[in-house]
Design a protein. Structure first.
Length: 367
């Protein structure tokens, strides 16, 4: 982690580039951004290195200085939002960085993602926007363009001809993909946001150059499908794939974060042992008694445990925080923890847990 920080400081300075890009891996996620008119930020306290990079901010939003970067890859899928960095900089602070940068891998080599020598060295070229809020509201204020990718064509070679040949991808377009695209396009048109539809890696992910050949209307996209004989599949009943559990806090890691918060709240309230007034009922596979035992263990670790060299009393929450950090369905639960950290003016989990330990000892002494 120290090496990451040293190299990061070596060649980067604060700021948000005038133009930045945000990639989301599915058209559905892009449609949700447009419908909700907000970008979901990630929890900046989910990892120690994130806390250090976050400069005291609890959340961050990842953008890139180039549309082609380590996250977009070369296969056309998802959506790229072109954003007005100057408008973002009027309200938010940011830091340019490459998370995995080393002395041999710097952001100056960013976006080397084509099928060329060295293509394995793809970089984030990230401008990380730092914020205390869980969302960037009024997203349409910052969106200049949207680029959607739906793979209709690919390129293949054979034993006799090594020159790539453009062909229609096998199979049908998923019905859900078409529905999501139609939904996203409808909102984009309503808000007068230019959009482009990319159908192969001829134009994706280098969308600034590729948009000259991209489609600029949904009707053109549908006409293309008809022309090349590419069909849209029948809707699939997805109910069989849904979890049987339909109660609250059902996302992976979500109830664990909730129980961590309950333990912290009891410590701050001066409780000598865990009481968990809000821990009621069964959540997924854990009944109430088991959930209480789980939270009581967190309480004991923080109040009576021995900290790690990094100053942590309960590292067991880290993987759960990682799972909920970027999950919109678990955002309310993550925000419970963020609110506690704000109220105690602690910016890292190590500082937060150390503070809880101190509060307990002040109230009850060493047990």
């Amino acid at each position: 982690m120290k090496l990451i920080m040293e190299n990061w400081r070596k060649f980067l300075k604060e700021g948000i580039s005038d133009v930045v890009y945000h990639y989301t891996s599915g058209i559905e996620k892009g449609a949700n951004i447009l419908k909700d008119n907000k970008f979901l930020a990630s929890g900046g306290f989910s990892k120690e290195v994130e806390s250090e990079l976050g400069k005291g901010k609890l959340y961050y939003f990842s953008t890139a200085r180039t549309p082609a970067n380590a996250y977009t890859g070369t296969y056309p899928q998802g959506a790229i939002f072109k954003l007005d960095g100057r408008a973002l900089a009027q309200k938010y602070k940011g830091v340019p960085l490459d998370y995995w940068a080393t002395s041999k891998r710097s952001s100056k080599k960013a976006a080397n993602v084509q099928n060329e020598p060295g293509a394995d060295e793809a970089f984030e070229a990230e401008d990380r926007i730092l914020l205390d809020e869980p969302y960037i509201e009024d997203a349409d204020r910052y969106i200049d363009e949207i680029h959607f990718a739906v793979p209709v064509f690919d390129f293949s070679t054979d034993f006799f001809n090594q020159t790539p040949t453009k062909r229609v991808t096998p199979g049908k377009i998923r019905a859900g993909t078409m529905d999501e695209l139609e939904e996203a396009v409808a909102v984009a048109e309503q808000r007068n946001i230019p959009y482009y539809i990319h159908t192969s890696k001829e134009t994706w992910p280098f969308v600034e150059v590729g948009k000259k050949k991209a489609l600029t209307s949904l009707s053109d996209f549908k006409e293309l499908l008809q022309k090349v004989g590419k069909e849209v599949g029948e809707p699939i009943d997805t109910s069989m794939y849904k979890s049987a559990y339909q109660g609250p806090r059902g996302e992976i890691g979500e109830d664990e974060v909730f129980l961590y918060v309950q333990a912290a709240q009891d410590i701050l309230a001066g409780k000598k042992s865990f009481e968990g007034a809000n821990v009621k009922g069964k959540i997924k596979y854990r009944d109430e008694d088991e959930r209480r035992r789980f939270a009581a263990e967190i309480f004991r670790n923080i109040t009576q445990g021995i900290p790690t060299p990094a100053g942590r009393y309960h590292r067991g929450i880290d993987s759960d925080l990682h799972n909920v950090s970027s999950n919109p369905k678990a955002r309310d639960t993550l925000e419970l923890l963020a609110s506690l950290m704000r109220s105690t003016k602690k910016k890292t989990l190590a500082d937060f847990e150390a503070y809880l330990n101190q509060v307990y000892k002040q109230n009850h002494g060493d047990q």
